[in-house]
Design a protein around this ligand. Structure first.
Ligand SMILES: [Zn+2]
Length: 284
């Protein structure tokens, strides 16, 4: 789908599974299981729908990837625990749309949790992690990088240093503090709640917008504002930040994109007679 100069599409970095109860927090299983059924391990299917944005601005070509999935570096045990799909999924899916790792110019990371930034690095021939995209710069909120370096015990398992330390060592990791326009029509906005340093990405052009909401609203099933995750550190802030985005999008033709949704990566929002948020899926 075109947004002004920007051609935007989803490229999956592969599916995985997380505990359904953790993904739906205080929502009873009897309710969430109807819309997002669990397997025999109580895990639910999730995707990693990265956003590929291509365009030319002032004669310069940009190939931007928002998030890059779980990556391929982890052990077989780790892969099995989260039922991670085959290694190499992101590279294969990028190749299908004509993109090689060396083509990526910028990787925007909404935060450094492993299911969003794990593909930032890959193992080199000596077994050490190196940047996956050799010609790319990487961008994250300054708050999140600080939290990744000194993680609270509660989130330590999600911040794995091999996903970002090699980026810093190579001098390709940039930080932004708060809201910013990254390129004309591509901006980031802080959206705390899930964690302090989460940012969402907004692509705007040709009279419409797409909001890539990351873990603020991880799947299309989470559009009811109070359906927060057990993983969210500050649930009240999360609900407030969700309401801001939902209210801005509802009743417009602008799209909401859900990184972790297994089958509905984007849609428009409206409200029904009871005031519940309703998503109309849109193919991007
Ligand atoms: Zn996530």
């Amino acid at each position: 789908m075109q947004f002004g100069p920007w051609d935007v599409q989803f490229v999956s970095a592969g599916s995985f599974r997380l505990d359904g109860g953790a993904m739906y927090g205080t929502v009873p299983k009897a309710v969430w299981n109807r819309v997002h059924p669990a397997d025999t391990d109580n895990q639910i299917l999730m995707d990693t729908q990265c956003l590929l944005i291509r365009g030319e601005v002032d004669g310069k070509k940009h190939v931007i990837l928002v998030e890059n999935g779980n990556g391929d570096k982890e052990s077989d045990d780790f892969m099995a625990r989260f039922k991670l799909a085959t290694r190499g999924t992101l590279d294969a899916n990028l190749a299908k749309v004509g993109v090689q790792p060396g083509d990526i110019t910028l990787c925007i990371l909404t935060h450094l949790h492993f299911d969003h930034a794990g593909g930032s690095t890959r193992l080199g021939s000596d077994g050490q992690a190196v940047p996956s995209f050799p010609n790319a710069r990487y961008l994250v909120q300054v708050q999140d990088l600080a939290d990744a370096k000194k993680p609270h015990l509660r989130v330590k398992a999600s911040y794995l240093p091999p996903n970002w330390e090699p980026l810093e060592a190579a001098g390709v990791l940039d930080t932004v503090n708060g809201a910013a326009e990254v390129l004309p029509g591509i901006s980031v906005r802080p959206a705390p709640g899930h964690i302090k340093g989460l940012q969402i990405v907004v692509v705007e052009g040709g009279g419409r917008k797409l909001f890539f909401v990351s873990d603020l609203i991880p799947t299309s099933r989470h559009i009811q504002p109070a359906w927060c995750m057990g993983y969210d550190l500050d649930v009240v802030t999360c609900v407030d930040e969700r309401l801001k985005v939902l209210q801005e999008l509802t009743g417009t033709a602008d799209l909401c994109a859900f990184y972790h949704d297994p089958d509905t990566p984007a849609g428009t929002l409206s409200r029904d007679a009871k005031g519940r948020y309703v998503l109309t899926p849109v193919a991007v």
